[in-house]
Design a protein around this ligand. Structure first.
Ligand code: NAD
Ligand code: WQD
Length: 336
């Protein structure tokens, strides 16, 4: 088994993936600048796995610091989660988003080249399907974006494609996540957003806790079964095992490969609210409001490529995702 560098490894998806990697027998080295996560995640990963992990508090744009990580450790592959991810904030602060996500990735790739590390698994997003494709999304569809955050994903995929063309020894797997939710079953790791959450499930969780009043449902006049937006929610531990499968694939193959990680099944905003009510045993008040700018009606994956190439399929259903989210929220009412 190899040694994997996980950038953004104290974050939501990164921390869960570290648990899955360690359980699969990999050694992990974590780097993060903690701009959107807490160092406590390291202790939680160690608590769950019973293994020590090496952590570097570093900014990925600092090439000297990044070199030190590769000097200290023989890295076989990188899983690259580090990045800023708030869509609305990216519209307000495009330069910060391009600088952090694009420059950070370029620094990482330069240091990887120096140390002959030729495998990267990148956190892409269903957002690259833009607003001109129709679900179910397949990897061959043209990519586009509607906000700076989305453009950073489209651009980084292109950069990885180009690096693979220039270096036939290089492998880049771009995992296009749909809507990751849920938490580790122990309740020790979960999603820890700063301030008022933008995403649906963290918001619903705060309402269930009593910290927010009610859920605003952004539009009930979409062309969907109940009129509210439909998304492909996927359990973060399913995503985590998807990364373990992608590392194994990446170590054995060459070239650029975009792969969807989704369930292939869509749920509406009201489906999510109802599943959460069942999970927490409380009524979640809702108010129907205007549509949110930039939202689309329906997004879900065709997950068949992941099954074919990685032998991976999502297993958890919406009810389990909400139950695990609620356990983490209840156990960590003020975050991690
Ligand atoms: P997160 O914010 O919890 O994790 C990202 C981590 O990257 C954070 O811990 C942050 O501190 C770190 N980071 C940011 N900039 C950095 C820098 N310059 N140097 C070092 N560390 C830095 O987010 P997440 O939900 O775990 O997402 C992980 C990745 O997956 C991101 O790239 C995100 O864009 C992508 N993604 C997330 C979702 C989602 O809905 N959560 C969906 C699709 C794709
Ligand atoms: C889900 C549904 C909303 C909040 C975003 C990013 C995407 C990806 C995942 C990173 C939609 C509705 C939401 C609320 C609501 N991230 N909603 N009330 O927009 O599908 O995807 O996160 O790559 O790029 O855009 O996720 O959780 O914000 O919304 O009614 O308070 O819930 O309209 O239909 P989204 P979301």
């Amino acid at each position: 088994m190899g040694k994997i560098l996980v950038t953004g490894g104290t974050g939501f998806i990164g921390s869960h993936t570290c648990v899955a990697l360690i359980n699969a027998g990999y050694q992990v080295v974590i780097m993060d600048n903690l701009c959107n996560s807490k160092v406590e995640a390291i202790a939680r990963i160690e608590m769950i796995t019973g293994k020590h992990v090496r952590f570097y508090r570093t900014d990925m744009r600092d090439e000297e610091d990044m070199r030190q990580i590769f000097e200290d450790n023989k890295i076989d592959a990188v899983i690259h989660f580090a990045g800023l991810k708030a869509v609305g904030e990216s519209v307000e602060k495009p330069l910060e988003y391009y600088e952090n996500n694009i420059s950070g990735t370029l620094s990482l790739l330069r240091v990887m080249r120096e140390y002959h590390c030729n495998v990267i698994i990148f956190s892409s997003s269903a957002t690259v399907y833009g607003c001109n494709n129709e679900a179910p999304y397949v990897e061959e569809m043209p990519t586009s974006a509607t906000n700076p955050y989305g453009y950073t994903k489209v651009m980084i995929e292109q950069i990885l494609r180009d690096v693979c063309t220039a270096n036939p020894e290089f492998t880049a797997v771009a995992l296009r996540y749909f809507n990751p939710i849920g938490a580790h079953i122990s309740g020790l790791l979960g999603e820890n957003p700063n301030g008022i959450p933008n995403n649906l499930v963290p918001y619903v969780a705060q309402v269930a806790l009593g910290k927010l009043d009610h859920v605003r449902v952004f539009g009930d006049d979409y062309d969907t079964p109940d009129g509210t937006g439909v998304r492909d929610y996927i359990h973060v531990m399913d995503l985590a095992t998807g990364h373990v499968a992608a590392v194994a694939y990446g170590l054995e193959h060459r070239g650029f490969e975009p792969i969807n990680l989704g369930t292939g099944h869509g749920s509406s905003v009201l489906d999510v609210v109802h599943a959460y009510e069942k999970a927490c045993g409380k009524k979640i008040p809702v108010e129907i409001t205007e549509r949110r700018a930039g939202d689309i009606a329906t997004s879900y994956a065709d997950p068949s490529k992941a099954k074919e190439l990685l032998g991976w399929e999502a297993t958890a259903d919406l009810q389990q995702m909400c139950a695990d989210s609620w356990r983490f929220t209840k156990q960590n009412p003020n975050g991690m």
